[in-house]
Design a protein around this ligand. Structure first.
Ligand SMILES: C[S@@+](CC[C@H](N)C(=O)[O-])C[C@H]1O[C@@H](n2cnc3c(N)ncnc32)[C@H](O)[C@@H]1O
Length: 284
């Protein structure tokens, strides 16, 4: 009898795709009603990858470039791009990023104190309108394959996100996590091009979508309005626009496309609303 109960528990546990481990232990019973259920891991995607690529490219093409890693022909292109972006935005990068977002996606998001008591920082739609199925945010961080060690970085770290296939993203912008991201990002470049962006580690990310790690968990009173979706960057993603991707592989020998995670809207969302995701998904 004990064995049957144990097997039933193990099966139920295996079907959970817990996104943030401490939350599974502490909050599962409080959030039963808000669990997200999907049929199979392959059916977890709300919008096709091609559409996510399209939205990211539309935004990235408007963002100001980083001069640091560029020279030659790329620099000429950079100068043209920066000049035209500065004309539009009048200087400061933060303003440019937000304006670029409104221009390309029709809304912008930002971090602010959460509307939930003792939930710290949250993410809000600050301008415009988010239609259902839009790419609303990205989850930045170092990408660890399921077999790679993350022990030290994961201690007392609420920002370790677990993908459905066991890949982990460490979206903590402080301490050892921050050092690891900077070091991996500096390591990976192709010729003059950076392959990732480190500015999500600061208060003003160049890519304004890269604040998804601050989205709080839904509750019975505040149902989820966004959900996580794994997105593997396709080979044909333009090399000069990879500098805006807020993810980098921990290992230089990862022979698979870069894993990113985006947040997709589950319904229309209006300016002033806080974004809430679901930290648990059940895969049947
Ligand atoms: C991924 S972080 C989200 C960002 C976090 N709010 C912050 O300011 O750092 C996850 C942590 O946020 C807090 N959190 C998330 N959703 C919450 C909720 N509905 N109520 C209270 N705290 C919440 C918990 O401390 C959790 O460990």
């Amino acid at each position: 009898m004990f064995r049957t109960a144990l097997t039933r528990f193990q099966n139920k546990w295996r079907s959970y795709r817990h996104r943030f481990v401490p939350w599974v232990v502490l909050n599962l019973s409080k959030n039963e009603k808000t669990l997200r259920q999907v049929k199979k891991s392959s059916k977890d995607k709300l919008v096709p990858d091609e559409e996510v690529s399209q939205r990211l490219l539309e935004l990235f093409r408007l963002l100001p470039s980083s001069q640091r890693a560029l020279h030659g022909a790329a620099q000429t292109h950079f100068l043209r791009q920066v000049t035209s972006t500065e004309d539009r935005c009048g200087g400061g990068n933060a303003v440019c990023g937000q304006d670029a977002m409104v221009q390309s996606l029709g809304f912008c998001i930002d971090r602010k104190p959460s509307s939930l008591p003792s939930a710290g920082t949250g993410v809000f739609v600050t301008r415009g309108f988010v239609p259902k199925g839009a790419t609303v945010a990205m989850y930045p961080g170092t990408v660890y394959q399921a077999y790679e060690p993350i022990l030290l970085q994961s201690i007392r770290n609420p920002f370790v996100f677990r993908c459905i296939d066991g890949v982990l993203l460490d979206g903590n912008d402080k301490g050892i996590s921050k050092m690891v991201f900077r070091s991996c990002s500096g390591r990976d470049r192709i010729g003059p091009y950076m392959m990732s962006d480190t500015s999500w580690l600061t208060d003003s990310p160049r890519n304004p979508l890269a604040v998804g790690q601050y989205v709080n968990n839904c509750s019975n009173e505040w149902p989820a309005n966004v959900c996580y979706q794994e997105y593997d960057v396709p080979d044909q993603f333009p090399i000069e626009l990879r500098q805006y991707l807020p993810n980098v592989n921990y290992s230089p020998d990862t022979h698979r496309p870069l894993r990113c995670v985006v947040l997709v809207s589950l319904r229309d969302i209006t300016a002033g609303e806080e974004l809430f995701s679901n930290y648990f998904t059940i895969v049947h």
